[in-house]
Design a protein around this ligand. Structure first.
Ligand code: TYM
Length: 328
């Protein structure tokens, strides 16, 4: 049986990008693999959240994992900060990660641009912490969206370097995973290539129908096709990409045809897209609201997950300590 590890940063509510890039695959994978799904609350520290935010955000993501259909009796759901063994592995991997390669990482360069006043060492070593998350459970597969591909490549590099340095074959090289052929990237509603929380262009699973409708109706479009089979602008392509995930094939085909023969009316197109996103989000939203009331159940899930994840991490760390030359 293969081991699967993945996580989502605890920066608040999850959006459609998180769902289609990662969470949907978590749910599918849980029955056939040994799965560890966590909330990356150590990673969230790079932006200096308050203690209150740390607590409520991590809980919220656990609730949304459960609402999406993760079963805590089958998969291990836990908070990264409940498994401090990860930090020991992070330290070991950092000794063998180099400044140049960390500085060249795309996500680091993006952060330097986004928060020039707070370029901390945690941001620089974000990829080694992520590698530690994955390698602590000796994962084979890592379900993620396309934006995490480079981090996975770095994880493989750190794993093989460790093996070389200590003349061992301890780590296998984990692969990014998606059930479709390619990793997915859900675009934003503002014409940009990526839906994200920090980009302010996202639809959240918890958004009400009114909010979803408002966001979709406001999404950027263009003046419309003037010639048959015209190439789509980025903003129109983005809306079609989202439709591909939430609408049925006939609906998608209908609007593709209408675009191709120039008869498309963007008002109708957006209205249909909003309806389909609402139909998709509504059941999730209801389960999220329902689970939000069940405080002691959520506590139990977190406690149970921490124990299971920690047990496995302890075994790994003790083997790694021995390989490196420390007492077990
Ligand atoms: P994060 O929290 O930014 O995103 C969580 C997951 O959602 C995916 N995702 C998207 N997929 C498609 N389209 C989008 N617009 C989109 N936005 C987000 C991400 O690819 C990711 O799979 N570094 C990670 C968290 C992490 C992690 C790990 C993941 C920490 N340690 C170990 C896997 C394994 C991150 O910041 O993801």
């Amino acid at each position: 049986m293969e081991t699967v590890v993945s996580g989502i940063r605890s920066t608040g509510n999850l959006h459609l990008g998180n769902y289609f890039g990662a969470l949907k695959n978590f749910v599918k994978m849980q029955y056939e693999n040994r799965c560890f799904f966590f909330i990356a609350d150590y990673h969230a520290l790079t932006t200096h959240p308050t203690a209150e935010n740390i607590k409520t955000n991590a809980r919220q993501v656990i609730i949304e994992y459960l609402a999406a259909g993760l079963d805590p009796e089958i998969a291990t759901l836990y908070l990264q900060s409940d498994v401090p063994e990860v930090l020991e592995l992070y330290l070991f991997l950092n000794m063998n990660a180099y400044l140049g390669e960390l500085q060249r990482c795309t996500s680091f360069k993006d952060k330097v641009r986004q928060q020039p006043e707070n370029v901390n060492a945690g941001l620089l070593t974000y990829p080694t912490l992520m590698a530690a998350d994955i390698l602590i459970h000796k994962a084979h597969k890592v379900p993620v969206g396309k934006d995490q591909e480079q981090h996975l490549e770095m994880t493989r590099m750190f794993a093989s370097r460790f093996n070389r340095l200590y003349k061992t074959d301890y780590f296998t090289e984990p692969q990014a995973y998606n059930f479709g052929e390619n990793l997915i990237k859900i675009p934003g509603l503002d014409g940009s290539m990526k839906m994200g929380k920090s980009e302010g262009n996202a639809i959240y699973l918890i958004d009400s129908p009114e909010i979803i409708r408002k966001k979709v109706m406001k999404a950027k479009t263009d003046a419309g096709p003037t010639q048959p089979n015209q190439t789509k602008s980025q903003e129109i392509q983005n809306l079609f990409t989202i439709m591909q995930q939430v609408s049925d094939k006939n609906t998608l085909h209908f609007f593709e045809q209408a675009y191709a023969d120039t008869s498309i009316r963007y008002g109708d197109f957006k209205k249909q897209l909003a309806d389909d996103i609402i139909a998709f989000c509504n059941p999730l939203r209801e389960r999220i609201l329902d689970l939000s009331e069940k405080n002691s159940y959520i506590d139990e899930v977190i406690e149970h997950g921490a124990e299971k994840a920690r047990q496995n991490a302890r075994n790994t760390i003790s083997e790694i300590r021995e390989i490196i030359g420390f007492r077990k």
